[in-house]
Unconditional design. Structure first.
Length: 146
């Protein structure tokens, strides 16, 4: 379960829309303080390439990001990316996840995030203890705080 401020969710949608420009996927990371379990208070738009059907986060950028976040006491709790059409978790999404620890969340937003800011039509997967991804209800897992 994670809690995210509406403002952070809104900023996430803005990144996804602006960068995706209605023709490319985009990805953002949700981070929060290590000491506050489940809290997301930061959206990170990582250096990445993208096409209409996928994205790749820059490897060296990720190494720098982990060090930088650790220095600030922040951790990544979820990754969020767009699909051109309906939201689901592809096998590529399964294998390209940035974090492979149980409980890590991967949210997919449909239609290049052009819809209303919220969880309508979104698909959420969670990494299980056995390493497999499992679909869960976004509304009961992501709490949007005003
Ligand atoms: Zn982007």
């Amino acid at each position: 379960m994670i809690a995210i401020a509406k403002e952070v969710l809104k900023r996430s949608f803005e990144h996804l829309r602006d960068c995706g420009d209605d023709r490319r996927e985009c990805v953002v990371l949700w981070a929060g303080p290590l000491t506050r379990e489940g809290v997301v208070d930061e959206v990170i738009h990582p250096l990445h390439t993208a096409s209409a059907v996928g994205y790749d986060i820059d490897g060296p950028y990720v190494s720098r990001l982990w060090r930088e976040l650790a220095g600030r006491g922040q951790t990544v709790r979820a990754q969020v990316h767009t699909h051109p059409g309906p939201a689901y978790h592809s096998s590529r999404d399964d294998s390209c996840a940035l974090v492979h620890t149980p409980g890590y969340l991967s949210l997919v937003i449909p239609n290049f995030a052009k819809g209303a800011v919220g969880l309508d039509g979104c698909f959420l997967a969670v990494r299980g203890d056995d390493g497999a991804w499992e679909s869960i209800d976004p509304r009961s897992t992501i709490v949007i705080e005003q």
